[in-house]
Design a protein around this ligand. Sequence first.
Ligand code: PRP
Length: 209
Amino acid sequence: MLTFALSKGRLADEILEMLRKLNLCDLRIDKDDRRLIIESDDKKYRFFLAKPTDVPTFVDSGVADIGVVGKDTILEENRDIAEVLDLGFGKCRMCVCGKKGDYSYLNKTTLNVATKYPNIAKHYFESRHQNTNIIKLNGSVELGPITGLSDVIVDIVESGRTLAENGLEVKETIENLSARLIVNNASLKTKYDDMFSLIEGFKGLVEEK
Ligand code: PRP
């Protein structure tokens, strides 16, 4: 049996659509569904429905062989997993954002940065030799510069609407993001044939698009 760790939330619909196209599982999750582990009818596959930030943990530990998660989470969690395929959906950018037209952040000795991604932010500003005070927020990060809690934010930008509607703008792009297929390093060796044909299946779907 192969075990998948799947991200609940924004990426879920596209992931489930791919699983259906590959005939792995006809999984439909509605809002009332509280199941966390689901098995395919033929018992060949098992699926964990996990919080995105926990998907690399399940794959690193080996309790899941394979996972689907955003590149943002891979970078932030920095686990010992292998990223094998860009699935081409959930495209967005990790950016430094701040108030429109305000570049005073460039002259700060210590920059206050609000973010849900403290490791990515720390790593990025360290590489630029910029001192920071990283403020971890769990959502609505845009409140940082608006309220004066921070000079800038490090956050995901997809359509750009949240920024525009709050008088903010992208200052710098850190990384382009999308959903990725990740695998456990040991499973890749011990279950090579099954893993290989699965990865090829996903690759075929990505190329079809
Ligand atoms: C994410 C992100 C931005 C927004 C960007 O937040 O943190 O706030 O989406 O999307 P946009 O560019 O299309 O406007 P999410 O919706 O996950 O909610 P959160 O702020 O509660 O984390």
